[in-house]
Design a protein around this ligand. Structure first.
Ligand SMILES: [Zn+2]
Length: 82
């Protein structure tokens, strides 16, 4: 895969995703991604994006200002299998 921003090489990596939502920050740790070796752009596979959106949507507004979640390992196995 090639970086859409700079044309650099994308490599498999693990990142922490931070989603701001109405003054809340939802941090999801251990997210499988592709990261550009040149500019650091992070891209997610489609099913990972969907999982992140679902995790954010499933987090109640009352959970606190900063919510820290772990990305589920089950998806990691799928990711490693490809
Ligand atoms: Zn790049």
């Amino acid at each position: 895969m090639i970086c859409p921003h700079c044309g650099g090489l994308l490599k498999k990596d693990i990142t922490n995703n931070v989603t701001p939502r109405n003054g809340q920050f939802i941090v999801i740790c251990g997210v499988p991604c592709y990261k550009c070796v040149d500019c650091g752009t992070v891209l997610y596979r489609g099913h990972v994006m969907q999982r992140l959106e679902k995790m954010v949507n499933d987090t109640p507004r009352t959970a606190g200002n900063v919510v820290i979640l772990d990305y589920p390992d089950s998806d990691m196995e799928v990711y490693n299998g490809h």
